[in-house]
Design a binder for this molecule. Structure first.
Ligand SMILES: C[S@@+](CC[C@H](N)C(=O)[O-])C[C@H]1O[C@@H](n2cnc3c(N)ncnc32)[C@H](O)[C@@H]1O
Length: 268
């Protein structure tokens, strides 16, 4: 039985304050949602982050996990922004110095098992169950698809997958969420919080199938954005307005922690 940690609202408010000076591309509602995912384990196993940059989500996950029995977060990133979809390093060779400083300042460095390498290198040695898979690395189709394929097979029964930037015009993130998550019978409850697409994994495909109606509804709305992300590198003018209108029809508001917990506590 999972329950919301005591005083969770104040905890997330303090967390947003602590991480406000860490450069990154997470909105406040996404930060609160990531903290919720880390603080409320729905399955056994590790939290694995792919793509750390300067450590914003790493710190949030580690702080969230500190409220649980198993406080460790595993993170992987070469810190060199190698993908075409990565944030600009603005002349720096890597984000390593800032990453280490930010973890140290937040007091979480001892709780982060960091692998300074590409995800495919970590995949060669990975053999642990995962309870939360946070994908925020290479957003190209090849990059996100291989992250999903390499690590989703380690998801424990009831684990959560969360993919960033599904609503931000990157081909990989939206396609993998649509095709590999929403269209898979192994994934049950699913939704969007900000630009994070999330779902809960079940070994038994009959369970995921029970959630087909809300998943199909989300799929239909989200798939209308897909051609823009695949065919338009740089959406401008009227096309951008159309994209934004379609995006506004997808519910991606703040998560209600108690409601989210009721959704993911469905286990037969
Ligand atoms: C969008 S940023 C991550 C942002 C971070 N999660 C945050 O909260 O600020 C993408 C990161 O993915 C990393 N990256 C790109 N390709 C990668 C790969 N193949 N394996 C692991 N990390 C990768 C980049 O170095 C970059 O730091």
């Amino acid at each position: 039985m999972i329950s919301l940690p005591k005083d969770f609202e104040n905890f997330t408010a303090r967390l947003i304050e602590t991480t406000k000076n860490i450069e990154g591309l997470l909105s406040e509602k996404e930060m609160k949602f990531l903290a919720l995912l880390a603080a409320c384990p729905t399955a056994e196993g590790e939290i694995l982050e792919i793509g750390s940059f300067k450590g914003k989500s790493t710190v949030i996950l580690a702080k969230g996990a500190s409220l649980t029995a198993k406080t460790r977060v595993v993170a992987v990133d070469p810190l060199t922004s190698p993908a075409t979809t990565d944030p600009d390093l603005k002349g720096q060779e890597s984000s390593s110095g800032d990453f280490q400083t930010n973890l140290r300042n937040a007091g979480v460095e001892k709780h982060v098992e960091f692998h300074r390498k590409r995800s495919r290198e970590l995949a060669k040695i990975w053999n642990r169950d995962i309870r939360l898979l946070w994908i925020d690395g290479d957003h190209t189709y090849a990059g996100t698809k291989s992250d999903f394929d390499m690590f989703s097979r380690f998801l424990s029964n009831g684990a959560i997958i969360a993919i960033h930037d599904v609503l931000h015009n990157f081909e990989g993130t939206i396609r993998v969420f649509l095709e590999d998550v929403l269209l898979s019978k192994h994934f049950g409850p699913a939704g969007m919080c900000g630009s994070i697409g999330w779902s809960q994994y079940f070994k038994d495909s009959n369970i995921g199938w029970k959630f087909k109606h809300p998943k199909i509804k989300l799929y239909q709305k989200l798939s209308r954005l897909l051609p823009y992300s695949v065919l338009n590198d740089d959406i401008k003018g009227f096309t951008k307005i159309k994209y934004k209108v379609l995006r506004s029809r997808i519910s991606h508001r703040d998560a209600n922690p108690s409601k989210w917990l009721r959704e993911v506590m469905f286990i037969e």
